[in-house]
Structure formats: structure tokens, C-alpha cells
Design a protein around this ligand. Structure first.
Ligand code: ZN
Length: 249
């Protein structure tokens, strides 16, 4: 990891201190330090379970047990994980009033567990399951496993309450995220590689609206030389607590 540039941290902290209208956009990179490998990485979930076979709405409709096989493997990865210092720093920034929402691509619910109050989750989260037939939701208890897909009271099969491939992101998440991005004056972009839409479009919307874009990633991304005003290179779990210290200094 490269040495964190103090000048950049101070610049980023000054931008955050000066706003009550900031937001954060997070991706898989923020949860890596909680022990959750990026699904797309070599040891991630998709290496073992081809998402086009296991994580689609078609797969669920044809053979829900198959989706649940993948889901239980995912549940094993999520079991016992807790928020890391990056999640906690974002919750603290919200408490201080400097950011008013977190928009995330992650389904691990770690922003909620860290204490963030306003969290927009594009893809849902792993804490609940849903019945597509009647829309009943219930908490997902990882220790209460049944063989195959759990049943709903209505007789239908329950589905993990996340967006499978072939499903559409909720209108609420889409429009809220877009509105927040257009209206913010500081955007923190953390652990996301600028490749997956719609999250990838948010920094551009923020920039169009005149916001300062602060990026924190391990490696430069497509944002770094285009929309990012400040690039903080490093692991989120290291950079975010440092940034928070400067905000509070
Ligand atoms: Zn039902």
C-alpha cells in the first residue's frame, strides 16, 4: 500500500467538514476487510457458482433449490462477519451530519450493522427473504436451514431478498440514489470499480451537479482520471478512519 498523502486527506476532510449534504457510494471493496471476498474475484462466490446458472430469476422459477444451494454457500461467507472500521467511519460521518446517506451495491447489510441510518441498497440485503408470489418478507436465520428452498405460508417458495440477475432494481432505490447523487455537494466513492451500473453512473451525476468527488480505492479506476477530485489510495478500512480523524481534528 502506498503511503497516504496527508495533504490529500486534509483536503478531503475539509470538503466533508464544510458540508451537510454529502453522500457515500460503496461497493464490494469496503467489505473485503470484513472477510467477504468480492464475488467477482478469483476466490469469490461466482468462481464456484456461475451466476448465469445459479443466480438468475429463471433459475429460481425453474429450480429454486439450485438458487438456495448458492445462497447457503453465500450465507457461509457472511456468517459471523462484522462491520470494519470503514463501515463504522461512515456511520460516524452520518452521525456528525456530514453525509446523509450511503448508497451501496453490497448485500451484506454491514452498513446497517455499523449504525448507518439511511442506506440505499440497490440489490437488497441478505438479512431477509421474500416470497415473490405474495411479497411476504421474513428475517433470514442462517442457523435455521431447511433442505432446499424454504416455503412461504402461502405455499410458494421463498427467495433471498436480493436482486437476482434478470430482476429489476427497485424504482425507489434507483430514483432515490439518482436524486441524492444529483443533489449532493460531496460524494465519497469507496471500494467500487466503476464498472457496474447504475452505481457506476452516480459519480458522474454528482460531478455534473458540481460536487466534489472523493474516491477511495486500492487501485485507480475509470473514475480516478475523470471525475475524482481527490483520490485516496488504499484499503477503505485504513483510509476512512484516517479521514474521519482529520474531519474531527
Ligand atoms: Zn407467499
Amino acid at each position: 500500500m502506498t503511503q497516504l498523502d496527508v495533504t490529500l486527506l486534509q483536503e478531503a476532510a475539509a470538503a466533508l467538514r464544510g458540508t451537510l449534504n454529502g453522500i457515500a457510494v460503496t461497493g464490494a471493496g469496503i467489505s473485503v476487510d470484513s472477510g467477504i471476498p468480492d464475488f467477482r474475484s478469483a476466490d469469490g462466490l461466482w468462481a464456484k457458482y456461475d451466476p448465469t446458472e445459479y443466480a438468475t430469476m429463471d433459475a429460481f422459477l425453474q429450480n429454486p433449490d439450485k438458487v438456495w444451494e448458492m445462497w447457503y454457500a453465500l450465507a457461509d461467507t457472511l456468517k459471523g462477519v462484522s462491520p470494519n472500521p470503514a463501515h463504522l467511519a461512515l456511520a460516524h460521518l452520518e452521525e456528525l451530519g456530514h453525509i446523509k446517506a450511503v448508497i451501496t451495491q453490497n448485500i451484506d447489510a454491514l452498513h446497517h450493522h455499523a449504525g448507518s441510518k439511511t442506506v440505499i441498497e440497490y440489490h437488497g440485503n441478505a438479512d431477509t427473504i421474500v416470497c415473490p408470489a405474495c411479497n411476504r418478507r421474513r428475517p433470514m436465520d442462517l442457523s435455521q436451514r431447511v433442505l432446499g428452498a424454504p416455503r412461504c405460508e402461502c405455499g410458494g417458495y421463498m427467495k433471498p431478498d436480493v436482486i437476482l440477475f434478470g430482476e429489476i432494481i427497485s424504482e425507489y432505490a434507483l430514483t432515490t440514489a439518482e436524486r441524492l447523487a444529483r443533489g449532493c455537494d460531496v460524494m465519497l466513492v469507496i471500494g467500487t470499480s466503476a464498472t457496474v451500473f447504475p452505481a457506476a453512473s452516480l459519480p458522474y451525476l454528482a460531478k455534473e451537479g458540481g460536487a466534489t468527488v472523493i474516491e477511495c480505492n486500492i487501485e485507480p479506476t475509470a473514475f480516478s482520471n475523470t471525475v475524482s477530485d481527490i483520490f485516496l489510495q488504499g484499503r477503505a478500512a485504513v483510509v476512512l478512519p484516517e479521514l474521519l480523524k482529520w474531519v474531527e481534528a
